[in-house]
Design a protein around this ligand. Structure first.
Ligand code: PTJ
Length: 254
């Protein structure tokens, strides 16, 4: 991400300020929804509490996520405005390694923003972006938001879906359809975090490079070895570990 305002690298909040830059630039370009800036604020608060680093439970979730994506028959990465602005190249890298499709799926859906996100992803090197405009002709049952509209060749027939900054409704609806959901969400208490099969409680900006590295590493392992990672994975336990860290970080001692 560019540092247009020359924020000094020594600034204690440098990485966080650079993320803000990426999002506000994305907003000005029509990629990020205004509400996406507010969502980032909520994320920042959790990130601050987590110490702005990838914690051990998140690393375990990343390993399980890499395993699940590599074992999937039809994995799809679902992209919203914030993810497109912050991690477009990483989305494409991960899609290449894991054989995932990329689908645009917006909560605040407008065709104009969908197309801008598609163009951005294509400029970063992806051959096809699913779910744009009329391509999102299938419907996720029992979901009322605009996120219900999905591509019949993409999310609709996926067995594994990776989601970022999500609303709990769609995660629940996708799971009801028999899909496995991997969520990246800084808030371990959110419905998405609680409902997903694998929850990576981390900033998407840190989690994605780690997920790419792990997926690349696991790719050369045999299927049985990858399966054993998933066999021992317990998402409820991971979330509990995360909450324990939060409580420990914030015991106020005089
Ligand atoms: O682009 P659209 O139209 O699909 O809209 C996207 C937003 C983000 C506006 C929409 O999905 C939304 O309103 O999300 P929520 O319900 O506010 O949820 C955002 C969740 O993501 C919250 O739990 C935040 O803590 C978390 N979050 C925010 N920034 C990050 C994050 N998690 C990981 N990395 C972040 N950078």
């Amino acid at each position: 991400m560019k540092n247009k305002f020359t924020i000094p690298k020594s600034h204690p909040r440098y990485p966080s300020l650079i993320i803000r830059e990426g999002l506000t630039e994305g907003f000005k370009k029509g990629i990020v929804a205004a509400e996406g800036l507010i969502a980032q604020g909520r994320g920042e608060a959790f990130d601050y509490i987590l110490g702005e680093k990838t914690l051990p439970p998140a690393r375990k979730a990343i390993k399980a996520a890499a395993a699940l994506l590599l074992l999937a028959k039809n994995p799809v990465i679902s992209v919203n405005g914030n993810a497109a602005a912050l991690i477009p190249k990483e989305i494409i890298k991960l899609a290449k390694i894991t054989g995932s499709k990329i689908e645009v799926n917006l909560f605040y859906r407008t065709e104009k923003r969908e197309k801008k996100i598609k163009d951005l992803l294509m400029a970063c090197g992806v051959a096809h972006v699913f779910g744009v405009g009329k391509d999102a002709s299938a419907t996720i049952p029992e979901l009322l938001s605009e996120r219900r509209k999905v591509d019949p060749r993409g999310i609709f027939k996926a067995d594994v879906v990776l989601v970022f900054l999500e609303d709990g409704d769609r995660t629940e609806a996708l799971i009801k359809m028999g899909k496995k959901v991997i969520a990246v969400d800084l808030n371990p208490f959110s419905r998405t975090a609680q409902k997903a099969n694998i929850t990576i409680v981390d900033n998407i900006v840190r989690a994605m490079p780690e997920l790419i590295k792990t997926s690349q590493e696991f790719k050369s392992r045999g299927e049985q070895k990858i399966k054993s990672i998933l066999k021992n994975y317990d998402n409820k336990k991971i979330l509990k570990e995360m909450v324990k860290i939060i409580r420990k970080n914030y015991v106020y001692e005089k």
